[in-house]
Design a protein around this ligand. Structure first.
Ligand SMILES: Cc1ncc(COP(=O)(O)O)c(C=O)c1O
Length: 360
């Protein structure tokens, strides 16, 4: 019997046609970001109701570029340790100092009370992560941050999630998305920065130059380079697939939510991600006592699981003698189980039966 994957992108004829069309067009990529990359930016901007969007080639690049706008060199940046390492790398790329804080045990998003304890004159930026798709409390974090403290939302898990009745990506100054193949909106590789402050147009132009080696003042084949930049632009294949995915993102997210609702009712575990209609459930996490045993048993039954995440402050590159009790406890117990839209009713039943059988 075919196993049940932890992640599985949803593709149909639409993606296939778009990829073949792009292949045959001979126009595969352009640092200038015309073609389908521009179309994707424009349509995604409408989807999340953002002021400006800049597409790049990963969520990591999106965080890197957003942090480049926040003058963090030599300054402290507060972030949760329970995240993918790119959240912290974005700070290091820009010469900042990561200050890891604990998460709320209920949502696993950064705990505003913990930010309060760590925020100081040295703080230049805060990076909340919308963990699993659950929106972090942006308003409270905005209230806590002094006027010169910037906020970059890491929305890698939250494509389509809502906060205060509006989609994530429409609130904060800088909101970064990932379109990695496992994400709710999947591409071979991709990311995007949404900018919502009064200076959004200028900042978007700045990032469009930075995503293509710092190229500026382009007139046909002539150009200048007025800053350092990177090779971070999105390619046409990613944009083509992204456009096909964007047409069905609502439907795919609704399927994730409906599975989450079933899991919420049926799974007998000590702790699990809360159910809320505002979350698009990129991840569905539960806690178990004997994780090794649990994961082994599920794998024997053909069900893949994951561990999101080993805390960043415990990675050797970032190792710090700090204590984050909630993060450290959760990190030993957390298991992510499949929740993608390709799951059949039989798959869902099988997952529920086996989670309830082997979780303790
Ligand atoms: C929370 C978080 N931030 C950032 C990233 C980086 O995104 P990408 O893999 O597209 O570079 C990821 C990807 O897994 C993520 O989960």
């Amino acid at each position: 019997m075919k196993g049940i994957k932890l992640f599985d992108p949803v593709i149909d004829e639409h993606e296939v046609k778009k990829v073949v069309k792009t292949l045959k067009s001979g126009f595969w990529a352009s640092g200038a970001g015309g073609g389908q990359v521009h179309e994707f930016e424009t349509k995604f901007k409408t989807f999340i109701n953002s002021k400006s969007c800049v597409a790049v080639n990963s969520g990591t690049a999106a965080l890197h570029l957003a942090a480049s706008l926040c003058n963090i060199k030599g300054k402290e940046v507060i972030l949760p340790s329970l995240s993918f390492v790119s959240t912290a790398h974005a700070i290091m790329y820009n010469g900042g100092k990561p200050v890891f804080v604990d998460v709320d045990p209920h949502t696993l998003c950064i705990d505003p009370e913990e930010i309060k304890k760590k925020i100081s004159k040295k703080t230049k930026c805060i990076i909340p992560v919308h963990f699993g798709g659950i929106p972090a409390d942006i308003k409270r974090i905005q209230k806590l941050s002094k006027s010169n403290v910037m906020i970059i939302e890491d929305a890698a898990h939250a494509c389509g999630s809502q906060y205060n009745g509006k989609k994530i990506g429409s609130h904060g100054d800088f909101v970064c998305f990932s379109f990695h193949p496992v994400k709710n909106l999947a591409m071979p590789a991709g990311g995007l920065i949404s900018i919502n402050n009064h200076n959004h147009k200028k900042m978007a132009d700045d990032l469009k130059s930075k995503r293509w080696c710092g190229i500026s003042n382009r007139k046909y084949t002539d150009y200048d380079v007025d800053k350092i930049g990177w090779n971070f632009y999105m390619n046409e294949f990613s944009a083509a697939i992204g456009l096909a995915q964007l047409e069905k993102i609502q439907k795919m997210n609704n399927k994730r939510k409906s599975i989450a609702k079933i899991y919420d009712k049926e799974l007998n575990v000590s702790r699990k991600i809360p159910f809320t209609k505002t979350c698009v459930y990129h991840l569905y996490w539960i806690c178990v006592n004997d994780r090794q045993f649990f994961r082994k048993k599920l794998l024997e039954k053909g069900i893949e699981t994951g561990t999101h995440y080993k805390p960043i402050h415990q990675m050797s590159f970032y190792k710090k003698s700090i204590k984050l009790p909630i993060t450290e406890k959760i990190a030993k117990q957390i298991v992510t189980i499949p929740i993608h839209p390709n799951l059949t009713e039989n798959n869902i039943d099988k997952i529920i039966v086996n989670v309830n059988r082997f979780a303790s």
